[in-house]
Design a protein around this ligand. Structure first.
Ligand code: UDX
Length: 461
C-alpha cells in the first residue's frame, strides 16, 4: 500500500444510474487499496448528495453544455445522451485536465466509462494512460465487439423475419437476443458501439464488473481479440459490507423492508425494471393482473416515468392494491441490494440490466427475465440458457403467461433446479473475491499495473 500512497486516480462515470453505481464502487475499492480518488462528473446530471456519501473523494464538475431540454429528454434515450456527451465534453475535460495535472504530479491514470470514448484522445493528448471500466458483462461486450461481423453476415440490422435464427458465430445467441435500442437515429447506435469498442482497444486495459467463473468463455475470447490486459474484478458491490456505500440517484423507500419482514421466507416476487426502461399502459396492466393472479406476494418498483404517458399509478384500477389484502407492495424506488438479500424474496422479475443481474446472482435469487434493450437481451439469454438461473418471459407481456412463469419459478421442479444453480453461482462469486480467488488476484494485478503505467504528463505540462 505504501507505493500507492498519494497516487491519484481520475475517474469519469457516464451519468446514468447503472453506470455511476459500478464506477463509484470501483473507486471505493481502489481507495481501499491506497489510491486517492477524483471523480469527474458532468454538470447536468450527478446530484450533489453523492459527494457527501463519499467524503474521502474529490468531486469535480465539468460543463456538458447540455440545455435543460437536452438533459431531460436524453435521459430516456441513453445513446443520444452519450453521443452528445462525447462531443460536448471534449473541451471542458481538456481544461479540467490542464489545471489538475499542473497542480498534481501524482496522477497515475484516468479511468473512463467505456461509453465515454472521447476520453481516449483527450488522454492521449496529455500522455495520460487511460483505463476503461465496462459496466456491462463480458459476454454482451463480445457481441458489441462483433457488430461489424454481424452486419457483414446480415444479422444486423435485426429483421423481424429472422428473429428465431441462430447466430452461428456467437452461440447460443439467436437473432432475437442481439442488442437493440430505441433511439432517434438507429445507425448512430451502430456507430457508437463500433467507436466505443475501438477506443477500449486503444486503452491501457479494461476493467470488468464480472468474475472469471461466470464469463470464462467470453473473457477468453476477449483476451484473444484485445492485446491489452483484461481485469475481471467483480462483483464490485461485494468488495465491501452491504450499506457501506450508496450511489442511488433516487431516494430508496425503506418501508418495503418492514413489509418484507412480515412475509414468509422465499415467498415474495420482487419486480423492478431498473433505472431507464419504460413500458406501455397495457403492459403495466398485464403485469399488475399477472402478479395479482399468481397469488404470490410481490414487491413492485414502479418508478415515476416507468409507464409511458403516466405520472405514476394512475392506470391501476381503483382499489386494486386494497383488494389484494396486503399481498402486494409498491414503491417508487427500493433499496435493491437490501431487498434481494432479504430472506422473504424468492424471485426477481428483472429487465436484466447488468447490475441487477449480478446483484441477483450474488444473493442467490432466481430470475424471471424481461429484457428491454441493449445488453439486457444478451444477459437474459445467459441467465436462462447458459447459467440456468432464471426463466425468460418470451413474447409480449400477457397476464396468463406471467402467472404461469411465476409459478414455474416459485413452486415447480424447474424452480428448484434454478435455485440450486443460482446458489452455486453465488458461492463461486464469493470465492472469487477471497484471497487467492480469481477476482482477488485480478484486482492485485490491476493495482500493480496501475503503479507501473507510464504517465508522461509532467513532461507535457
Ligand atoms: C442500464 C442499462 O439499461 C443496462 O442495460 C446496463 O447493463 C446498465 O445500465 P439500468 O436500468 O440502470 O441499466 O439497470 P441496472 O444495470 O440493473 O442498474 C440499476 C441499479 O439501480 C442497480 O444497481 C439496482 O440495485 C439499482 N436500483 C434499481 C435500486 O437501487 N432501486 C430500485 O428500485 C431499482
Amino acid at each position: 500500500m505504501e507505493k500507492q500512497k498519494g497516487r491519484r486516480l481520475l475517474l469519469m462515470p457516464s451519468p446514468l444510474q447503472g453506470h455511476i453505481t459500478p464506477m463509484l464502487q470501483l473507486a471505493h475499492t481502489l481507495h481501499s487499496n491506497g489510491f486517492s480518488i477524483t471523480v469527474i462528473y458532468t454538470s447536468s446530471f450527478t446530484p450533489p448528495h453523492l459527494s457527501s456519501s463519499y467524503p474521502n473523494f474529490t468531486f469535480l464538475s465539468i460543463s456538458d453544455a447540455l440545455s435543460e431540454l437536452e438533459a431531460s429528454t436524453s435521459a430516456s434515450d441513453p445513446v443520444h445522451l452519450t453521443r452528445l456527451l462525447n462531443v460536448r465534453c471534449v473541451e471542458p475535460l481538456k481544461q479540467c485536465l490542464v489545471t489538475l495535472l499542473k497542480n498534481d504530479d501524482r496522477v497515475a491514470c484516468f479511468i473512463s466509462d467505456a461509453a465515454l470514448h472521447f476520453t481516449q484522445s483527450v488522454c492521449d493528448g496529455f500522455k495520460l494512460p487511460r483505463l476503461v471500466l465496462r459496466t456491462g458483462g463480458a459476454s454482451s461486450f463480445l457481441v458489441f465487439a462483433s457488430f461489424p461481423l454481424l452486419r457483414e453476415k446480415g444479422y444486423l440490422p435485426v429483421q423481424e423475419s429472422r428473429l428465431e435464427e441462430p447466430v452461428v458465430e456467437l452461440p447460443p445467441l439467436k437473432v432475437k437476443d442481439l442488442p437493440k435500442i430505441e433511439t432517434r437515429d438507429p445507425e448512430a447506435f451502430y456507430e457508437f458501439v463500433v467507436q466505443f469498442v475501438e477506443e477500449c482497444k486503444a486503452s491501457s486495459g479494461v476493467i470488468w464488473n464480472s468474475f472469471e467463473e461466470l464469463e470464462s468463455s467470453a473473457l477468453a475470447k476477449l483476451r484473444q481479440l484485445f492485446s491489452i490486459p483484461i481485469y475481471p474484478i467483480g462483483p464490485f458491490h461485494k468488495h465491501f459490507p452491504e450499506g457501506s456505500t450508496s450511489s442511488s440517484l433516487l431516494t430508496p423507500d425503506t418501508s418495503c423492508i418492514s413489509w418484507l419482514d412480515t412475509q414468509e421466507h422465499n415467498s415474495v416476487v420482487y419486480v423492478s425494471f431498473g433505472s431507464i426502461a419504460s413500458i406501455t399502459k397495457a403492459e403495466f396492466l398485464e403485469i399488475a393482473w399477472g402478479l395479482a393472479n399468481s397469488m404470490q406476494p410481490f414487491l413492485w418498483v414502479v418508478r415515476p416515468g416507468l409507464i409511458r404517458g403516466s405520472e405514476w399509478l394512475e392506470p391501476l384500477p381503483s382499489r386494486f392494491m386494497e383488494n389484494l389484502g396486503g399481498r402486494g407492495y409498491i414503491v417508487k424506488w427500493a433499496p435493491q441490494e437490501q431487498v434481494l438479500a432479504h430472506v422473504a424474496v424468492g424471485a426477481f422479475w428483472t429487465h436484466n440490466g447488468w447490475n441487477s443481474t449480478l446483484e441477483s446472482i450474488c444473493e442467490g435469487v432466481p430470475m424471471i427475465c424481461s429484457p428491454c434493450f441493449a445488453d439486457q437481451k444478451v444477459n437474459a439469454k445467459y441467465v436462462s440458457d447458459v447459467w440456468r438461473v432464471g426463466v425468460k418471459l418470451e413474447n409480449k407481456l400477457d397476464r396468463e403467461e406471467i402467472e404461469k412463469t411465476i409459478r414455474k419459478v416459485m413452486v415447480g421442479d424447474e424452480g428448484k433446479e434454478i435455485k440450486d444453480n443460482v446458489l452455486d453461482l453465488k458461492e463461486k462469486a464469493k470465492i472469487s473475491l477471497k484471497e487467492g480467488g480469481s477476482s482477488y488476484s485480478s484486482l492485485d494485478g490491476l493495482v500493480t499495473d496501475i503503479l507501473s503505467l507510464k504517465s508522461s504528463t509532467s513532461e507535457v505540462h
